[in-house]
Ligand binder design. Structure first.
Ligand code: ZN
Length: 243
């Protein structure tokens, strides 16, 4: 069983009638619904929960954390962002969606501004598969199309990804690294650009397929916090101590 926690700041859906019309119970509930299956157990948390719904114990029991945030990144305490970073370093898988590129945990894990260029002009987007053999792109053809999406453009100020799985191209002319993978410590991180709150992106079958694939790919085999122990010679008994 893969234990997934979906975190959503859950603000636009409560303050904008337009967004509420698309996601009446919140973006997190739509993602939860398409992810839940025989081998995936789903919980949700939002900014409105105590401590943002994130504690060390909760993260210790999470295999993959999915994060959506936009207007309230600063309301996430630094301590919560540090807990998320530490969980990823120990092996937890992490998916950052769309505007989570500016979330505290993403910037903390990647160490750059994670700035990009953007525009809301109802562009359509083609998402091109760069790595057709990768587990996360399975079930997707050469590309898929989103009829409307917020435009994100380069330069995207991130460390060079270990792999680029998707390239986005927009009707307005921009190109963007729309699906990026990194490893940090024992954990894997996937950034996926689609998911603007003003469009029904999370109902698109291909978007759901990619997120489902990513959950299975990012789930860890082991959680292990590697410390910095002083060790004895290998010829001694018990030469290596984990921790
Ligand atoms: Zn957006």
């Amino acid at each position: 069983m893969i234990r997934v926690l979906i975190w959503n700041e859950y603000k636009h859906e409560l303050t904008s009638d337009w967004v509420k019309g698309i996601y009446p119970n919140g973006i997190h509930q739509v993602i939860a619904e398409f992810l839940r299956s025989d081998d995936i157990e789903v919980r949700t948390a939002t900014l409105h929960d105590e401590n943002c719904g994130i504690t060390k114990e909760i993260l210790d029991n999470t295999d993959v954390l999915i994060w959506w945030g936009h207007m309230a990144h600063d309301e996430v305490p630094d301590e919560v962002a540090a807990l998320v970073r530490d969980a990823v370093l120990s092996g937890m898988g992490m998916i950052f969606l769309h505007s989570a590129h500016h979330s505290k945990p993403f910037r903390l894990l990647l160490g750059t501004s994670c700035n990009l260029t953007w525009r809301e002009s109802h562009d359509s987007e083609l998402l091109w598969v760069v790595e057709p053999a990768h587990p996360i792109t399975q079930g997707i053809d050469r590309f898929f199309k989103l009829e409307r999406e917020e435009t994100y453009g380069e330069p995207f100020v991130i460390p060079t990804p270990d792999k680029i799985l998707f390239l986005g191209s927009y009707s307005g002319g921009e190109a963007f690294r729309s699906g990026c993978l990194w490893e940090r410590g024992n954990g894997k991180i996937f950034y996926f650009q689609p998911g603007h709150e003003g469009y029904p992106t999370f109902y698109v079958p291909e978007v759901q397929t990619v997120i489902r694939n990513a959950v299975r790919y990012l789930a860890p085999n082991i959680r292990l916090t590697v410390g910095c122990p002083n060790v004895r010679k290998v010829t001694d008994e018990k030469p290596y101590v984990r921790g």
